[in-house]
Design a protein around this ligand. Structure first.
Ligand SMILES: C[S@@+](CC[C@H](N)C(=O)[O-])C[C@H]1O[C@@H](n2cnc3c(N)ncnc32)[C@H](O)[C@@H]1O
Ligand code: SF4
Length: 382
């Protein structure tokens, strides 16, 4: 039976962080019951058309899914594991913010079936937490990590680095603190300025500057080096894990496997009726809910991903991984050979520059190549 990863989007947060362009909304009163009911309806109608699948992961992302009541999380997990066939090793992750209120619900989430949490710590430096507009302190973050370690079998947390005025020694020290608290997984993101965010306006106005390219590259290299000394290997550009601790859900994206996306703004990639479909949903929570209530789904556009776009997407995802992209998997997924889908002249040049490595089974981006993926990919895909 073909595998499926399931993403469920919870679109609300207590406040909007100035760097964030995720589909997250702030409300005086969150319409919890309505949105949770609509998520269940949309899940049921999506499952009906997808048919039987082996469910390898569920990921509650956001927004801030730790604002979703544990009872509703339990209902959604029960639905998903009834509608599909759960793997024995199914990974069920919930993104959580480290405020004390949300950490207080960890036991109830574990009882609901969550077996992995991903905590948005962002920094252990109080000034940085203020700059990032976070609602928690470093001490609260450490307490949430400690509680999560005792409550869930698996745990990840996120940090944002390459922040304004961040020095290499300061980041090494902050990262060492993080690594001393880490369990099996960490996500370490470089701060990016996303269009339309408060940071985009402030950055354009000159309120702050990001580290220059040399310092950003040094911070990135130091991140992988330091993580390795604590036994966490870089398996994707921004993700680090002990062996076996990789996020199965995110691996499904990067390996270009099928995933269903439920909830406002969620995307999916599904192989149905011999086609690879790109699914998307209405972004505004209330408009999405109204659509689900009247039609059973909040789907907006849906289109078939053609062979060239499949190659582009599979390369974009696969070359982010340290393992690279498997020729066999690529052919099984797209029906085409990988080498026939890429420009031979660009490939030869990228191999000579040591941005890419070709083995009998895989095409792999080297660490230098991974830094240049955005420039390399448009040239590479035919
Ligand atoms: C959907 S958010 C996390 C969910 C949760 N609401 C939180 O904030 O903790 C996923 C992660 O993406 C990262 N992120 C979001 N916007 C970013 C940006 N502009 N630059 C770098 N990392 C970013 C943050 O580390 C964040 O925790
Ligand atoms: S970073 Fe997390 S808490 Fe902040 S606005 Fe984005 S989704 Fe919400």
């Amino acid at each position: 039976m073909e595998s499926l990863a399931l993403y469920i989007h919870w679109p609300f947060c207590l406040a909007k962080c100035p760097y964030c362009d995720f589909n997250s909304h702030v409300r005086d009163t969150i319409p919890q019951t309505r949105i949770a009911a609509a998520l269940r309806t949309e899940l049921a109608s999506e499952a009906a058309r997808i048919g039987p699948r082996r469910l390898t992961s569920i990921f509650f992302g956001g927004g801030t899914p730790s604002l979703l009541d544990p009872d509703n999380v339990a209902r959604l997990i029960a639905d998903a594991t009834r509608l599909f066939t759960p793997d024995d090793t199914i990974e069920i992750t919930l993104e959580a913010n480290p405020t004390s209120i949300e950490a207080g619900r960890f036991a109830a989430y574990a009882a609901a079936g969550i077996n992995r949490v991903s905590i948005g710590v962002q920094s252990f430096d109080e000034t940085a937490l203020k700059f990032l507009g976070r609602e928690h302190s470093a001490a609260q973050a450490a307490a949430a990590i400690d509680l999560a370690r005792r409550t869930f079998p698996r745990l990840s947390f996120d940090l944002i680095y390459a922040r304004p005025n961040q020095t290499l020694p300061a980041w090494r020290a902050e990262l060492a603190t993080a690594l001393s608290l880490a369990a099996d997984h960490l996500s370490l993101y470089q701060l990016t300025i996303e269009p339309g965010t408060r940071f985009a306006t402030q950055h354009a106005r000159g309120d702050f500057a990001l580290p220059n390219d040399d310092l950003a590259a040094a911070l990135y290299d130091a991140t992988a080096e330091t993580a390795a000394t604590f036994g966490l290997a870089q398996y994707e550009i921004s993700n680090y894990a002990v062996p076996g601790g990789e996020s199965r859900h995110n691996l499904a994206y990067w390996r270009y496997q099928d995933y269903a996306g439920i909830g406002p703004g969620a995307h999916g990639r599904l192989t149905l009726g011999g086609h690879r479909l790109a699914t998307s949903r209405h972004r505004a929570p209330e408009a999405w809910a109204a659509l689900v209530e009247s039609t059973g789904t909040g789907a907006t556009t849906e289109h078939v991903v053609g062979p060239t776009d499949q190659a582009r997407e599979a390369l974009l995802m696969g070359l982010r991984l340290s393992e690279g992209i498997s020729f066999a998997t690529f052919t099984a997924r797209t029906g085409r050979s990988l080498l026939a889908s890429i420009d031979p002249i660009t490939l030869t040049a990228a191999l000579e520059e040591a941005y890419l490595i070709q083995t009998p089974t895989h095409l792999i981006a080297t660490p230098e190549g991974r830094k240049r993926l955005d420039a390399l990919l448009p040239e590479l895909v035919l």
